[in-house]
Structures are given as structure tokens and as C-alpha cells.
Design a protein around this ligand. Sequence first.
Ligand code: GRF
Length: 197
Amino acid sequence: RRVAIFLSGGGSNMVSLLDDMARPGHAGAPCVVVSNRADAGGLVRAAERGVATEVVDHRPFGKDRAAFEAALTTTLAPHAPDLICLAGFMRILTGAFIDGWQGRMLNIHPSLLPKYRGLNTHARAIEAGDGVHGCTVHEVTAELDEGPILGQAQVPVIDGDTPDTLAARVLVQEHRLYPAVLRRFAAGERAPLMLTS
Ligand code: GRF
């Protein structure tokens, strides 16, 4: 299965996916890394690993999400992906684009969905006094952070945690969970994978 990875930032999740796809027995192989930001650090890390990279800057399209997504589709075409992994991709995709990838697009979200959809998940978990937090890999559907859950990893929330210390603890688990889920998903497996740290 040809895997496209979308990112907007440093790409630590992308690196963990690429490194696992480079190990034996993986049904997926990276075909392209796409970013909406030309300055995304993940683009350099992808190129260092020999993976094709593309930039589709969303800004020239203003509020016209459909036009941005048409540019995404045109840019993706020569790479012929079968699957898309969103990995720190900070643009909301419309239902029309997602419908075209139904069942073939994954995302990692830094909370134990269905808790804390959206942003600032670590601060919200601390604020709520949660003892447990974590991350979720799910299939992307038109509803933000709503699709079928493919895997979760839990971490403890420790007294004195700040959003940054908690985010760092969650990120370690993201780097375990996302590769494990993609390896299974690319092989056609759909049973949710639950990891405890
Ligand atoms: C991380 O906060 C992660 O929780 C979310 O995207 C952010 C950046 O990840 N998925 P990355 O280092 O760019 O993969």
C-alpha cells in the first residue's frame, strides 16, 4: 500500500512511521510527504530519508478550502497514494475531500477520544484533573476527531504536570502507537489496538 503522510510541523510522528515502514514485513511503503507549510521541519527529515516531498501552501487559497484541496489532489496524483496518514497536519479538510478517502485516511490526535476533540488537549486534561490521558489513532471522517478508533495509548497524568510535560509524555506514546496501527491497517486489520505505557 502506497502511504502519503501529511504534516505541518516537525514531523516526529512522520519519522516514526517512516522508520517502521523501513522494517521488514510492513505492507505499507511511503510514497510522498506533503506539507501546507514550506518551512515545516518534517520536509527536511523526509528528504533525508529519501521520501518525495511536496508543499501545497494553503494561504494563496484564502477561505476557499475546496480550491486548496483540489491543489492537494493534483499534487498527490503522480504519487498515487492508497492511504493518507495525517501526522501533525493542522488544516481542517472538508467532508468532500474526506469522502474521497473514506476508510483510507488516518489521523493521530493527542487525547483519549472521544474526550477532548480539537485543540489544547493536554491543558484540558490537566484542568479536568484527569489521572489518565493519552493519544488516539482514528479513521478520518467529516466530523472533526470523530472517526472509528483504531488504537489508543494511555499515559498517567502526574501531579505538577504542565501541558508541555504531559504533551512530551503523550508524544512518546504517539511514536509507539501510530506505527503499530499503520502496520496493522496496511495489512487489512481493523481491530482496535490498546497500549498502556
Ligand atoms: C503533536 O503535538 C501531536 O500530538 C500531534 O501533532 C503534533 C506535532 O506532531 N499529532 P509532529 O511532531 O509534527 O509529528
